[in-house]
Design a protein. Sequence first.
Length: 328
Amino acid sequence: MRWIVKRAIHAALTIYLSMTITFFLIRAMPGNPIEMLLVEYRLRGVPEELAKAEIAALYNINLDEPWWSQYLRYLWSLLHGDMGKTMISGSSVAECVMYGLPWTVFLVSLSLIISFVIGVTLGMLAAYRRGGIFDRIASTAASISQAFPNYIMAMLLLYYLAIQYKLFPARGSYDINIKPGFTIEFISSVLYHAFLPMMAYVITSFGGWMLAMRSSTIRVLGEDYVVAAEARGLKSRRIATTYVGRNAILPLFASFAIALGYIFGGSTLIETWFAYTGVGMVMGLALQYRDYPLIQGCFLIITVAVVVSNFIADIVYSKLDPRIRIGE
C-alpha cells in the first residue's frame, strides 16, 4: 500500500511539472497568436493595418499580461475543472479536445490491438522456427517496420491508395452525406475512412512487438520448467500456450499498458494529412495558430494519459508476474 501511495504522489508531481514546463515552453516558442493570424491575413492579400484592426475586433487575445499572472490564473482554473477558452475561436478547450478524443481513441487503440496481436503471433512463431527461412524473413520485415516512420508510411499509403488509385478516401472520418448513428452504413463508412491511417500505424508498429516477443520467447524456451515440461511428455500445444506463451508475453503487457497512454495523443501529421477528426489534428491546428490554451489542454490530456498508464502498468505487471513484489 505504501508503494502505491508513493507511486501516486510521484505520478501527480510528474503531471504538475510537465504541465508547468509546457505552459512556459509554448510561450517561449517563436511567434504568437497575433503574428500567426497576421500571416494568414497577408496570404489573403489583406493590408496589415486593416488586418490588425480586424484581429483586434474579432479575437480576444491579450499578450500583455505577465506570464506569472497567466500561470496562476491557469492553475486556479484547473483546480475548478476549467481548462480555459481558445484564443482563436473562443470556444471551450475541453469541448475542442473532447470532440476529437473519441476518434483518436478509436483509431489508435484499434491499430494498437491489431499490431500487438500480429506482432505477438509472428514473434512466437519466429522464436519456435528460429534460424529458419520464416524467422529470417519475418525478422527482416519486423526490423524494417520498426525503423519506418509512421508518417512516411501514411504519406505513401495516401498517395498510392487514395490519390493515385482512389481505392480509399483521402480525407475525412466518414462520408458527410451519411447521418451519424449506430447504423451499418455509418459504421462501414467510419471503418472505410479509418483503414489507411490505421494501416499506417499497424505496418510501422507490429515489428517492435514481434521482435520483443521473439526475444522473450527464446529466453523462456531455455528455462528449466519448459525443459521439464517437455521431459514429462506434455503436448506441444499445451507447452506453447501454458508454459511458454504465458510467461513470454508478461514483459509485453507492461509495454502494452504504457502504449495505451499514448493513444490519447494520436499522431498530428497522420490525422492532419488524412483530415481525420482527432486530437492530433486539433493539436496541429493549435500549434499552427499558437493557441496557448488549446495547446495546454492537448498536452495536459496526453500527459495525464501517459502517466496514469505507466502507473497502471506497474500495478498490473506486479499482479501478473508472481516473481515481482510491490515495493521490492
